[in-house]
Write a new protein. Structure first.
Lengths: 317, 317
């Protein structure tokens, strides 16, 4: 079995780059310099596979919507403006045309909501499991690059929405935080941003590795969703574990200078009254993730051994 | 069973477009206006699937090379300058890491040859057949758009290389005609261009439908490859049928004003002495494809009933 993180580490140094490639593999999107005044191109692809990312219990419309929303969420993580998508659909021989049209209904509805064109694609035959891959281009402002690698020690860490239990439905119906991310980048100096696709613990690890910092999380500040609580009750687990480790929240995690914490919270509440924004902790110089309770009680020294459990959702483990 | 052409016809009118989208679904690449001075972005995705586009008899390096070359060929069809690629690889649970690295060897070698960066990608788990999808962005000059839809009646039709029998090896090892296409667009007013992926007959039909014209082909001018002859001998078929109907030649088919025929042939011979260029016929007002012999003998009135047999390679038939 192949570990996804290990494979990426082996592959990245081998990949060819050229002078147009500003950010290659390893961030939410690649960033290309193509001579657009004041702007750079962002480029992303994301695939969902039957029985890995979805089952046929969900409607094909929701599966289509999920596939394009995942790509939109990656564009959001860069405060990007999504422009156009291409669709690759793999279907078995006996797949019904009406189901292809339903998948496209989901894709099209979501694309329209975000002003994105679907400028092409292809349908290919596969032997068994359906797959749906979305490629997307968009643009960002040159002076407002939100990478994973620019967290500063002392930065406040914020997360949008509520975390955990997305398997109960949110993983299909989440709304990518495109306009929220654009608003953040327009009004504040966002040091770093990432979308939560593999669970807070896994994506925090990516942020930490890319920025060479550590993190102190405040246990009581982590926004635990009611779905995380429901799942914990059903399974006899701890709701916080779901908020930390469940995949596919597709919320934003970002870092900002600590003296901007109050103003970002105030302005956020006025602009997005229906969506929670939580300061969940701060970046520190010492590596690793520590979870502190409100009384500064030390709970776990090492994310890998403590309450974080594992490193988030890894497709190959 | 779903017919690919029929499905595309149903889907295209439903797809959302926006003001950036100059050419959407239906040409070799989509064309986007993103404010690059004198240039437009081209955007393409292409997937190969195990037991459809390749089998494990081929080495993984060749399969990787094929996947990225197909995308490069689509960029060539627009006289495009490929810039960057993203890779989506779907592999079953028991797939070996060393084979992933071999696929990337093939991808990387070809990307380097054409100066293309691989700026990211992902590896996802699938239940059975391996798939490999490549997304690519590039650029074209605004005043040198080579679409499928601009063939004029009277235009001379040219094809590069030799056709048919690619299943014997060329479908894995073909060299995408990127530099040839760029040279053509730079030195001549190319009215229309397409790369031959689904067989001359199938791709001619696309050109004809997009441009609203017909075609007279000169039977003796169609460049039949030695592989087409070999295959015909083995199977008791006619070599011309292979040249007309076999898929995956990945040569260029283009249209040019008839008074430029001699000069394009002369300049081509000097620039690309190792690669054949053939004038295979001309565009006419009357719809359909007619195949004439050198004595102007009428062989077939309708491509669907005559020597063309079928409409090229359709993945779902």
């Amino acid at each position: 079995m192949i570990g996804e993180f290990d494979l990426i580490k082996k592959l990245i140094p081998l990949l060819p780059i050229n002078e147009a490639t500003r950010i290659g593999a390893g961030d939410d999107c690649s960033v290309l310099e193509l001579g657009i005044p004041d702007r750079q191109l962002i480029f992303k692809t994301d695939a969902v596979v039957e029985n890995v990312h979805f089952t046929r219990e969900a409607s094909w419309e929701r599966i289509g919507s999920k596939a394009i929303s995942r790509c939109l969420s990656d564009m959001a993580a860069m405060a990007g403006n999504p422009i156009s998508a291409l669709i690759t659909l793999g279907i078995p021989q006996d797949f019904l045309e009406e189901d292809v049209l339903k998948i496209y209904e989901g894709l099209i509805r979501r694309a329209k909501t975000f002003g994105v064109s679907i400028s092409g694609g292809e349908t290919v035959k596969v032997e068994k499991s359906v797959f749906l891959s979305v490629s997307m281009v968009g643009w960002i402002r040159k002076n407002r690059l939100c990478l994973r690698s620019h967290v500063q020690p002392g930065d406040a860490l914020f997360v949008t929405g509520e975390l955990g239990g997305s398997i109960l439905g949110k993983h299909l119906d989440f709304v990518p935080r495109v306009k929220e991310a654009q608003w953040l980048a327009e009004h504040f100096d966002i040091h770093a941003m990432i979308d939560l696709s593999d669970g807070l613990s896994g994506d925090l690890r990516r942020l930490i590795e890319a920025s060479g910092i550590g993190v102190h999380l405040l246990k009581e500040s982590i926004p635990v969703s009611k779905e995380a609580k429901l799942l914990a009750k059903e399974r006899g687990t701890h709701p916080l574990n779901h908020a930390l480790n469940d995949g596919e929240d597709f919320e934003l995690l970002f870092a900002i200078a600590p003296n901007k914490s109050v103003s970002v919270l105030d302005a956020w509440k006025e602009t997005f009254p229906g969506l929670r924004l939580s300061c969940i902790g701060k970046a520190v110089k010492e590596p690793g993730v520590r979870i502190l309770s409100r009384k500064n009680m030390f709970l776990s020294e090492n994310a890998n051994e403590g309450i974080l459990g594992d490193n988030g959702y890894d497709h190959f483990k």
